[in-house]
Design a protein around this ligand. Structure first.
Ligand SMILES: [Zn+2]
Length: 338
């Protein structure tokens, strides 16, 4: 996609801040990763150590690329939780914090971008990790050549991102598109967030495992029973998919039903945003029959003219989604596109 270039910088750094590791990648204009590094993220040790570890990781990535910090135009970060794109302040990030007097105090109203740019002398930008993954797919992956895209990232939690009219939707405080927590079943199952009937409560990993478990416990004949060897705690989505690939009816049903609910959520997003493409990320998207079922269900739950002009595509960036999306954010900020 052609954009107006308003910076002469040759490189940016994309940072993927996770609960376990922080990863940094030096990225050029052509989306090449020219150097990278990884460190523990110090998630429970307070903002000072989180920033220290991150800064160290960025320096290592820059060294790995064989360039200098002065060659870097900007640093983008993908951060779990809600972060204000304008102020760079984390409003809420439940997996990060500091243990004080034996109690975990999570990040609330914690300055993030400023300490990073102060330390490195480079402009620093940030966004919610799921939003940033969507921006990466929009710029470099399955959403290229569109202006309107919705992404769902499936996993333990379900994250999302929307690009509307070529711009990332962030909301008033950086909390937009908690798509895993939009309600798809009135008075439905309780979700980890406390509400009832959320998409995550029907399509998250725990819901998929529970759906399979209910079928196993109803004494249906299934390969899963033998695969578990009497220990239900060993059940994984991969095991269900292995059985589904062998034609196991119960396992195929698990993904068919999950796809049905996923399709309701996708359909809602299509009705709301009229995207050209809906991108699905997360390893579980590969489960046998899941996306086919989701697409059938989406078309049943969407206004025909909107469904007709929308395709469902798989994410392309894989585990690079965070760093590439964060690099895309930095380029777009430098170019005045976000
Ligand atoms: Zn929820």
């Amino acid at each position: 996609m052609e954009h107006n270039r308003s910076t002469s910088a040759l490189f940016v750094v994309g940072v993927d801040l996770g609960g376990t590791n922080v990863r940094a990648a030096v990225v050029d204009r052509k989306a090449n990763i020219c150097g990278q590094a990884r460190n523990p993220s110090a998630a429970k040790q307070g903002i000072h150590l989180v920033v220290n570890s991150l800064v160290e990781t960025v320096r290592k990535a820059v060294a790995d690329a064989g360039i200098k910090m002065t060659d870097i135009g900007g640093i983008g970060s993908a951060v779990p939780g809600h972060i204000d794109a304008k102020t760079g302040v984390i409003h809420w990030s439940p997996n990060f914090g500091e243990v004080v007097d034996g109690q975990m105090r999570i990040f609330l109203e914690t300055p993030y971008c400023e300490p990073i740019s102060n330390e490195l002398g480079v402009p620093s930008f940030a966004g919610n990790d799921a939003n940033i993954a969507a921006l990466g797919e929009f710029e470099y992956g399955a959403g290229k050549d569109t202006q309107d895209m919705v992404m769902f990232t499936l996993g333990t939690g379900i994250g999302g991102g929307v690009i509307s009219g070529g711009k990332l939707v962030t909301g008033s405080t950086g909390g937009a598109v908690e798509i895993g927590h939009h309600v798809i079943v009135a008075n439905g199952d309780q979700c980890g967030c406390g509400t009832f009937g959320c998409m995550e409560a029907y399509c998250g990993t725990a819901a998929i495992l529970e759906r399979a478990m209910r079928k196993i416990e109803s004494n249906r004949q299934t390969l899963l029973f033998d695969m578990l060897q009497g220990d239900k705690t060993t059940l994984t989505p991969k095991m269900i998919d292995d059985a589904a690939k062998l034609g196991d009816a119960v396992s195929l049903e698990v993904f068919e039903e999950t796809g049905y609910y996923l399709g309701i959520g996708i359909g809602n997003a299509v009705n709301l945003f009229n995207p050209a493409v809906v991108v699905i990320g997360g390893g579980i998207r590969k489960a046998t029959g899941l996306l086919d079922a989701a697409e059938r269900s989406m078309r049943r739950h969407t206004i025909h003219s909107l469904a007709h002009t929308c395709r469902i595509a798989e994410a392309q960036l894989g585990e690079d989604a965070g760093v590439m999306g964060a690099a895309a954010l930095a380029w777009r900020k430098l170019d005045g596109l976000e």
